[in-house]
Design a protein around this ligand. Structure first.
Ligand code: C2E
Ligand code: MG
Ligand code: MG
Ligand code: MG
Length: 282
């Protein structure tokens, strides 16, 4: 994403892909999942990955989800796309498990999927067919997904957590200013949006917001994952606030499945070096 040269006369915001071309892409197997490590900041280890979909366009190269997920959502294609993502991610998690790599697998769900009653049988089918341990599967939903059409979402999400699958709230702090859903669902983690992580260690407001989200996550029996950790300053600030988990380019970008084992080794070496340079004070 963002690596293509954009000619000067093209708009700064890349054109949205059309529903028609997205259908063709799915049919032609042009979608691919990349996986970004999720690190346990206390243990200094990679404990999971987040599956992030990309489109390998035959002429335009790798296209990021922000350019086609909205089209998929608007057209309803997101349901089929989401099922494909889930099948792929679960299959990959089981494959890694067989290779001795035990990782939690986080999969993003759009609002539209959460409102769809088919999600429950789909998840049950995928767990059954792949043999993935439900406790290894985490669904990331946004605040809007749990607030809009709350009744429908509750019916679906509570069934899914009863199967042993976890829920995380993605982009936490950027959506609704209501927290009632924290009582309605069993939530494993709050994912601190990267707009807050960005100012950590340099902006007192961001530090205060993140500290309160960490407190809130603990209060509801969950943990915190800081998204978008790019700098050592952010790492140090998050550790001093006892943030449990993190993701970001400081540790590793999303990579194709075959590159993950190597990335994990690099990532854990980096975590060990960071822990030596910045020992945890009390
Ligand atoms: P998200 O779930 O919040 O994913 C985090 C995004 O931040 C990803 O962008 C990731 O590549 C990017 N990121 C990770 N670390 C850093 C960092 O240190 N700095 C910066 N600047 N960015 C970082 P990506 O892959 O482009 O995905 C964008 C969004 O597209 C995701 O946001 C998610 O909402 C959506 N998405 C991705 N895959 C799927 C999917 O399979 N299904 C659905 N429904 N949505 C998806
Ligand atoms: Mg996510
Ligand atoms: Mg996010
Ligand atoms: Mg996001």
């Amino acid at each position: 994403m963002g690596t293509r040269e954009v000619p000067r006369d093209e708009p700064a915001v890349p054109m949205m892909r059309t529903e028609m071309s997205l259908r063709t892409a799915m049919y032609n197997n042009e979608l691919v999942l990349h996986y970004q490590p999720v690190v346990d900041l206390t243990l200094g280890a990679v404990v999971g990955v987040e599956a992030l979909v990309r489109w390998m366009h035959p002429s335009d190269g790798l296209i990021g989800p922000d350019q086609f997920i909205p089209v998929a959502e608007a057209s309803g294609l997101i349901v089929a796309l989401g099922t494909w993502v889930l099948d792929q991610a679960a299959t990959q998690a089981v494959r890694w498990r067989a290779e001795g790599l035990s990782l939690d697998m986080a999969v993003n769900l759009s609002t539209r999927q959460v409102a769809h009653l088919d999600l429950v049988p789909t998840v049950a089918r995928v767990l059954r067919e792949t043999g993935l341990d439900p406790h290894r599967l985490v669904f990331e939903v946004t605040e809007s997904a749990v607030m809009e059409d709350a009744e429908a979402a509750a019916a679906v999400l509570n069934r899914i957590t009863e199967m042993g699958v976890s829920l995380s709230i993605d982009d936490f702090g950027t959506g609704y200013n209501s927290l009632v859903y924290l009582k309605r669902y069993l939530i494993r983690s709050l994912k601190i949006d990267r707009s807050f992580t960005a100012g950590m260690g340099v902006n007192a407001e961001d530090d205060a917001i993140v500290a309160s989200v960490i407190g809130l996550a603990k209060a509801v029996g969950g943990s915190c994952i800081a998204e978008g950790i790019e700098t050592q300053e952010q790492y140090v600030a998050l550790r001093s606030l006892r943030c449990g988990f993190g993701q970001g380019w400081l540790f590793g970008r999303a990579v194709p499945a075959e590159e993950l084992p190597e990335l994990i080794a690099e990532c854990e070496a980096k975590l060990a070096a960071l822990a030596l340079t910045f020992p945890q004070e009390n």
